[in-house]
Design a protein around this ligand. Structure first.
Ligand code: SAM
Length: 205
């Protein structure tokens, strides 16, 4: 039941360092595309102030459960099915949404649902964090990411490295303001947005 993905082990400490900086001091962190469950346990153990809610497609839930059951952490929740191709999410509120290595896997409608869902469930001031490879209009894609993009599209034509500008536009449409886009090892990026705080009757920027 407990699956292990070597790729999930790569850069987990670098991702953790960013999460330690950007995640809230309490509340539910909704992880989307949790994969094997390795990240859920690794991050929840090192971020004891938050409650980690892993999610993925149904076939992955058994492995995530197995990792969580073995770790016996007080701050992981039972993994839930969340399909980005559906707009019915099993969680209605969160302080942060974390989505690692998944925007290049799901089809574009899945990416659209990811940001629409984050806009819906995040509390004002909440954080939407993504990690992975992204394409920029201002420079050519790095050769390693070009190769990765080719591999993704051969495997599934609807997948592929996403354009930062298109993703950022989606975020903005859903009330998420870009906070930082940070270079990470292996030509990956950590990008996070903050849910706008709405002030009734006042125009907030
Ligand atoms: C490359 S894996 C990343 C897993 C993990 N976050 C990591 O970094 O190791 C992509 C994940 O996206 C999930 N996924 C694919 N299609 C999805 C969908 N429609 N809705 C939600 N998750 C999906 C897969 O099941 C898989 O766990």
């Amino acid at each position: 039941m407990k699956q292990f993905a070597p790729s999930c082990d790569q850069n987990k400490d670098e991702i953790l360092a960013v999460l330690q900086e950007v995640l809230p001091h309490s509340g539910v962190v909704l992880e989307i595309g949790s994969g094997t469950g390795q990240h859920a346990v690794y991050f929840a153990q090192r971020l004891p102030q938050v409650i980690w809610q892993p999610t993925d497609l149904q076939p992955n839930l058994a492995s995530i459960s197995a990792w969580c059951t073995e770790a016996q952490l007080a701050n992981t929740r039972v993994p839930l099915e969340l399909d980005l191709l559906s707009d019915r999410w099993p969680v209605t509120s969160a302080y942060a949404v974390v989505c690692i290595n998944t925007t290049h896997i799901v089809s574009w409608p899945g990416v659209e649902n990811l940001f629409a869902g984050a806009g819906r469930v995040l509390a004002p001031g909440g954080v939407m964090y993504v990690y992975g490879a992204y394409r920029y209009a201002t420079r050519p894609l790095e050769p390693s990411n070009e190769k990765f993009d080719c591999w993704l599209k051969t495997r599934d034509p609807v997948s592929g490295v996403r354009d930062f500008d298109a993703v950022n536009a989606l975020a903005q449409r859903n009330g998420l303001q870009l906070t930082e886009d940070r270079a990470m090892p292996g030509n990956n990026r950590s990008i996070w947005w903050t849910k706008a705080v709405r002030c009734p009757g006042v125009s907030c920027q």
